[in-house]
Design a protein. Structure first.
Length: 208
């Protein structure tokens, strides 16, 4: 190891304010030290080393809390079916039922009204009253009104209430008013397939 390399290593290991000395020991070896002994030691003048200050360590800043999304509260709707009334009997041969209802407050965005007939959604969701049902089967049915969201999930609904629909059957209509020749293909209870064949007039040929 050369003299100056040893001196440089020693300078790195020592504090910046320490002095470096050198001397020859009893065995003829050159010694570098910051604490000279009684021997005649010479001070070593070292050139300042190339050093760069360490980059500052970035301090971690606490994340600023952003806006918290608050789920909109579900509106409590007041739903009432006005007609048909509970246990009302409706007579309509076409099976048409007009359902009127009252609701408050106004519908929120992406909400709609949905009729439930016998606990099943019937027809497309609507935005206002009335809702007209067509071709409902005769008999007793359970009717309810609900508010649904854009995914057809029920948000709120009324209790089911019964109504009764009476429709005259085709056979009953034919009995009440028999089909005439010109009624076939015109009246629903008089289909063309039931039209009796017409009698063909056979010309009279005298026997010869």
């Amino acid at each position: 190891m050369s003299r100056w390399l040893a001196a440089a290593l020693l300078a790195v290991a020592l504090p910046a304010t320490a002095q470096v000395y050198t001397y020859i020991d009893a065995e003829g070896n050159r010694v570098f030290t910051d604490r000279p002994a009684d021997q005649a030691a010479e001070q070593v003048h070292l050139k300042p080393g190339n050093s760069m200050p360490a980059p500052p360590i970035p301090t971690r800043q606490a994340a600023k809390p952003g806006p918290v999304e608050v789920e909109a509260a579900v509106v409590a709707y007041q739903l009432h079916i006005l007609s048909p009334a509970a246990d009302e009997t409706i007579r309509d041969n076409a099976g048409t039922v007009s359902v009127t209802f009252q609701s408050g407050p106004a519908l929120q965005p992406r909400h709609a009204y949905q009729l439930l007939l016998d606990e099943q959604p019937l027809g497309a969701p609507a935005s206002q009253s009335p809702i007209v049902l067509s071709n409902v089967d005769r008999g007793t049915h359970q009717l309810a009104m609900a508010v649904v969201d854009e995914q057809a999930r029920i948000l709120q609904r009324t209790a089911s209430q019964p109504f009764h629909l009476i429709r005259t059957s085709l056979a009953q209509r034919r009995m009440a008013k028999p089909c005439q020749k010109d009624d076939y293909g015109v009246r629903p209870e008089c289909p063309l397939k039931d039209k009796p064949p017409e009698k063909r007039d056979i010309p009279f040929v005298p026997f010869l």
